[in-house]
Design a protein around this ligand. Structure first.
Ligand SMILES: O=C(O)CCC(=O)C(=O)O
Ligand SMILES: [Fe+2]
Length: 317
């Protein structure tokens, strides 16, 4: 009878057209796809700026430059913001390493990080992190603007944009760790991201697994080397009063190769509050107003990391 159901795939949305401007037919069509993707999958693959493949490749050379530094140097990246410093082995990242570059869209932000890691400078790193971050932020702003259009709250977009800050995290999943551990190859445990949005780009080593709102798991393989995956994170889910689903995801390594990924996390400064347009009889208010960075501090506690939906425990009604 041929009623086999196909496994779900992460929706792909092409945002690369020059005509992708608010109000155009192309924009409205993309908004529909983005809405479906964010509500059902909590993520989508964005096709964006294929012509900048070179920028995208140079980011991985830059990450390797960083990974090759001695541990003591890497550990010098600290931050007064929660979840922004260097992570070595810890319960969330048992075998892997990552570091955060704050305000990567500004020359000063990248320079500050570069001069801690390479006091004599590293032009290649500085240049490629800066241009890559600017491209990702452009994409993030386009997607966020779409989200505000989708839910009819365009009036709030400019102030949201002005209060957004970014962190670029460079992540390395080393091959040696697979051999060192007798546990499974789960390298990053299931989680939702803790900011507003995340945009992730990876090298050729797959491993990202995504759980849809309906509970189906997808082993994600990018459709091209220039693909980006856009995730809705906890703060966007709360802001949308649960219309958007914050995608649960994890990393399971199956190949004996080093995986590199780079993630742009967006955060909103100030108080996050569900817009009144998103509260009605069918959607009663589900979250109290909260401070995004205070939520990150809450999540840093061991108890919070054991909770299934920390955002609900933190500010849910
Ligand atoms: O490396 C990956 O593909 C996933 C990284 C991730 O989920 C995270 O850093 O939150
Ligand atoms: Fe994540």
């Amino acid at each position: 009878m041929g009623s086999e159901t196909q496994p779900p795939v992460v929706p792909v949305v092409d945002l690369s057209s020059e005509n992708m401007k608010p109000g155009t037919d192309a924009w409205l069509l993309a908004c529909k796809k983005v809405q479906h993707a964010l509500e059902e999958f909590g993520c989508f693959e964005a096709v964006y700026k294929k012509d900048t493949l070179e920028t995208q490749n140079s980011i991985f050379s830059a990450i390797k430059d960083f990974c090759d530094l001695p541990l003591e140097t890497k550990m010098q990246k600290t931050s007064d913001k929660p979840l922004h410093s260097y992570f070595g082995r810890n319960p969330l990242f048992p075998h892997d390493f990552s570091t955060g570059i704050e305000n990567p869209e500004t020359v000063e932000g990248v320079q500050k990080f570069t001069s801690i890691m390479w006091p004599a400078g590293n032009e290649r790193f500085r240049e490629s992190v800066h241009s890559f971050s600017r491209m990702l932020i452009e994409l993030d702003q386009m997607v966020t603007r779409m989200v505000f259009d989708i839910y009819g709250v365009q009036r709030l977009y400019d102030s949201h944009k002005a209060s957004t800050t970014y962190q670029l995290r460079c992540i390395e999943y080393q091959i040696q760790a697979i051999q060192q551990t007798d546990k499974s190859d789960v390298r990053l445990f299931p989680h939702t991201d803790k900011g507003f949005t995340t945009i992730l780009h990876q090298n050729e080593v797959n491993g990202l697994q995504i759980k849809t709102r309906a509970g189906q798991r997808i082993d994600y393989a990018p459709s091209s080397p220039s693909s980006f995956i856009v995730f809705a994170a906890d703060v966007l889910m709360a802001w949308s009063n649960d219309r958007v689903y914050a995608s649960e995801h994890q990393v399971i390594m199956k190949e004996e190769k080093t995986r590199y990924s780079v993630a742009l996390f967006s955060y909103k400064n100030g108080i996050v509050q569900v817009p009144e347009e998103l509260v009605d009889d069918k959607h009663p208010l589900r979250y109290k107003p909260f401070d995004q960075f205070d939520y990150l501090r809450f999540f840093q506690t061991e108890e919070a990391q054991k909770i299934k939906h920390p955002i609900k425990a933190y500010c849910g009604i």
